[in-house]
Write a protein that binds this ligand. Structure first.
Ligand SMILES: Nc1nc2c(ncn2[C@@H]2O[C@H](COP(=O)(O)OP(=O)(O)O)[C@@H](O)[C@H]2O)c(=O)[nH]1
Ligand SMILES: [Mg+2]
Length: 195
């Protein structure tokens, strides 16, 4: 069960430095603190594979993890880090724009959103960017264990208000504390990388 054969490969500051061995890639992206590293840890059953922090904006690099010796999970820097906004935005822009340029290895983008909150302006900007690329992407709502019934019932409405028609887009509710949601995400990832 799960992607439990997982190893850190390298951190990448420039796209030219990505791992020489080209394999399919699954990218985890979303604002700082949304739960990217936690989800990678939970899916791989490693409590400390990806660096998690309660301090936003901690990952400044693309981190490559090799899963089952077959493909990469890529942990992305978060956007929307407010206390050093300009610096973070500039960094994010260059590395990530280059990452998305004609990346034949990229099979799936997992776009994480905090299930408790409405998407932010940055989320909307990134969503529109993603839609214009031709990469496959899914919306993964994080931290669902923190939802009450009324918050849960607002998720879809919030997404539609922010992004417009999302009929064709897969939305998954997840929590690192709920294995069933992790299994659903695992199945989804496998369906895109042919696992
Ligand atoms: N309750 C709960 N907390 C979560 C969940 N996912 C992440 N977190 C917490 O959210 C914080 C930020 O997580 P992190 O993975 O570092 O976010 P990143 O910046 O997107 O990589 C940490 O304190 C995590 O423990 C979840 O599913 N449920
Ligand atoms: Mg992180």
């Amino acid at each position: 069960m799960y992607f439990n054969q997982a190893d850190f490969v390298k951190s990448v500051d420039k796209i030219e430095n990505k791992p020489e061995k080209h394999l399919n890639e699954v990218l985890f992206v979303g604002k700082s603190n949304v739960g990217k590293s936690s989800l990678i840890n939970a899916l791989t059953n490693h409590s400390k594979l990806a660096f998690t922090s309660s301090k936003p904006g901690h990952t400044r690099l693309l981190n490559y993890y090799i899963i089952n010796k077959k493909f990469y999970f890529v942990d992305c820097p978060g956007y929307g880090f407010s206390s050093q906004k300009d610096l973070d935005y500039e960094f994010y822009g260059e590395l990530i724009e280059n990452y998305f340029k004609d990346n034949k290895d990229l099979k799936l983008v997992i776009f994480l959103l905090d299930s408790r909150h409405e998407p932010t302006k940055d989320d909307i900007t990134f969503f529109n960017f993603l839609k214009e690329t031709n990469y496959n992407f899914v919306l993964v709502m994080t931290k669902c264990d923190k939802l009450n019934q009324s918050m849960r019932s607002k998720i879809e409405k919030n997404l539609i208000a922010a992004f417009g028609d999302i009929d064709d887009i897969e939305v998954l509710l997840t929590s690192i504390k709920d294995n069933r949601t992790l299994i659903n995400l695992e199945l989804l990832i496998n369906s895109f990388i042919g696992g």
